[in-house]
Design a protein. Structure first.
Length: 127
């Protein structure tokens, strides 16, 4: 049975999108050359860019014989979508449950703890 296509970014897709968000527009060769290690083959980058285009994350323009890829979705939109999917799949759409899990699993430094306290106080004042 074929795997269901994800509308959020896979790890491989995110690597390519990071390059595009940084460069704002790039050919396959430019994306391939800008990727951090480990290297990815040109054909793999090409295939993944086509998938990203099908998902609506990028579009292309022709520049001579080359396609220039341009991000359509901003980094902030992609991260919001990923967080929404995470909330839905694992936390029953409860932001509080996600926040608790993050705090439980990570060692926060003093400034992060103070920032969380400020946010909680602001949230309580608004209610």
């Amino acid at each position: 049975m074929a795997r269901k296509k994800s509308q959020t970014l896979t790890e491989a897709e995110l690597r390519l999108m990071d390059v595009l968000w940084e460069k704002e527009r790039a050919t396959i060769a430019e994306v391939t050359g800008a990727l951090p290690p480990p290297p990815i083959a040109y054909n793999t980058v090409l295939t993944t860019m086509r998938i990203l285009e099908q998902k609506g994350y990028v579009r292309h323009e022709e520049d001579g014989r080359a396609y220039v890829y341009i991000p359509v979705v901003k980094r902030e939109e992609a991260s919001s979508s990923a967080v929404s999917q995470l909330l839905n799949r694992f936390f029953g759409d409860s932001p509080g449950a996600l926040a608790l899990k993050l705090v439980e699993n990570k060692n926060l430094d003093h400034s992060e703890i103070e920032r969380l306290k400020e946010l909680i106080e602001r949230y309580e004042d608004e209610k």
